[in-house]
Design a protein around this ligand. Structure first.
Ligand SMILES: *Cc1c(COP(=O)(O)O)cnc(C)c1O
Length: 453
């Protein structure tokens, strides 16, 4: 566990006896880590006392790919099946069980892909899947439908199509490289992609989503960091779920990236039995800010095959958020999100702090349950656009609820709402017939009839 910076600079995680004699030079070489990954009962039994359920999971036909770097495997508690590291990467018989609500492409990414691997769901940013390969495979992978499959690779032709789409899409200002894991790409392929993205003038920021620093911190070499820093502004999100993953090796990798000016965020997935206790997430967030990683999102587990036993209630997530906000640094508090099944994007959820409101007051509560009021101005005017206002950005069809607030739209209707609500009179009586039968309208009444007509 990361403690003082001195300890981080020197220490290494202890290695199981199996690898005690591997020279440091090899152990610290990411290519050695990749080529010595473990995936079978025989290999894993050499370092872990596997349970019958794990053996059944490992031997299952057609299961999602297993591969674990020796470094990450060395963090596993060999004797305790509840080990949070172990549960994330070693299959369990329970992952073979289907559950209600399971979906193959739960976020409808494929339907949002104008070219293979490019998910364009939001107005100004895209998710660019550049590889299907990872350093190790998370059992709850949201993209297990394509990830890990050696017959479903993205190649140069796909990358070319993705770049071509981005060149002709000037509304895209933010490109998020993901996969699979972009940091498992051959170094020259990654550099070439970053260079071609940087040549597109309307792309303002590039982000990389990677679990390589966690699975294989050896990959974060000085050369890699020197290469990445040519492409600023470049941001990176890593993926840590449990404080035990924060080792001196990860701390050093994040230190290098942060020193190169790459702002670091973390995305965690809330996993039953792994990190669903408020004390675990609090400790995780504290350890993350110590290594200069800002907790970004805490995700509700997606409705993906194999992840049923990891799912929690949303209530569990809300209770965790209640235990963070106010109790600790705002920098250590992630946003809790449910990625909308069917493809609505990330939906933030949090406890309610706004309790009530009147014309001139809002009533709020804090984390301690202290209830207060804020007096609102009663003469506030909406801001008017002037030369100091930022530029407008068109979001055709995606203006959303913000357009309702501006009064530009009256309503947003569910699918076939109009058809459902056209109930024409089934015989000769129409509104105008009715009106001619009415007595003359009294004050105020007439306007109602006019509106209905
Ligand atoms: C998560 C995601 C993004 C990025 O979302 P942010 O909230 O900006 O981090 C973009 N596109 C897709 C399809 C995503 O799933």
């Amino acid at each position: 566990m990361a403690t003082t910076s001195n300890a981080i600079a020197q220490a290494n995680s202890p290695r199981p006896a199996l690898w005690a004699n591997v020279p440091d030079e090899q152990w610290n070489d990411w290519r050695w880590q990749l080529s010595h990954r473990l995936n079978s009962v025989d290999e894993l039994s050499q370092i872990i006392r596997l349970t019958p359920d794990e053996i059944q999971g490992l031997r299952a036909e057609g299961k999602f790919r297993v591969d674990i770097t020796p470094y990450f495997a060395s963090l596993i508690d060999p004797d305790d099946p509840e080990c949070p590291i172990r549960q994330q990467v070693i299959p369990h018989a329970r992952e073979l069980v289907a559950f209600e609500g399971i979906m193959t492409d739960s976020l409808s990414e494929d339907a949002h892909s104008p070219v293979p691997g490019l998910v364009h769901r939001y107005p100004d940013r895209v998710l660019m899947l550049v590889t299907t390969q990872c350093a190790s495979y998370c059992r709850y992978c949201t993209r297990s439908r394509i990830v890990g499959d050696p017959s479903a690779m993205f190649n140069k032709r796909h990358h070319d199509l993705q770049i071509e789409y981005l060149k002709r899409s000037p509304q895209v200002r933010d490109v998020l490289l993901s996969g699979g894991d972009p940091l498992t790409l051959p170094p020259r392929v990654l550099e070439d992609l970053l260079r071609r993205l940087r040549e597109i003038p309307h792309i303002e920021i590039i982000r990389i989503g990677s679990r390589v620093p966690v699975f294989m911190p050896q990959r974060i070499t000085d050369e890699l960091v020197e290469m990445l820093r040519q492409f600023h502004p470049l941001w990176m999100n890593i993926h840590v779920n449990h404080p035990r993953e924060i080792t001196p090796e990860l701390a050093r990798a994040c230190g290098k990236l942060a020193d190169a000016g790459i702002p670091l965020g973390n995305q965690s997935v809330l996993l039953a039995g792994v990190n669903d206790h408020p004390d675990t997430i609090r400790q995780l967030c504290h350890e993350l800010v110590k290594i200069r990683v800002r907790p970004y999102y805490l995700y509700q587990c997606d409705l993906v095959q194999g992840s049923g036993h990891f799912r929690t209630t949303v209530a569990a997530g809300l209770e965790i958020m209640e235990n963070l906000r106010g109790h600790t640094s705002g920098y250590a508090v992630p946003m809790y999100c449910i990625d909308a099944p069917g493809g609505g994007g990330k939906l933030p959820v949090m406890p309610n702090y706004l309790i009530s409101q009147s014309h001139d007051h809002v009533v709020l509560r804090n984390f301690e349950g202290y209830i207060t009021s804020y007096a609102q101005p009663t003469n506030y005017q909406r801001p008017r656009r002037n030369k100091f206002t930022g530029p407008e950005r068109a979001e055709p069809g995606q203006e959303g609820v913000a357009a309702l607030l501006r009064g530009e739209r009256l309503s947003i209707k569910p699918e076939s709402w109009d058809e459902t609500h056209i109930r024409l009179p089934d015989d000769a009586i129409s509104m105008s017939d009715l009106r001619s039968e009415q007595h003359p309208p009294e004050d105020g009444e007439g306007s109602v009839w006019t509106k209905i007509n």
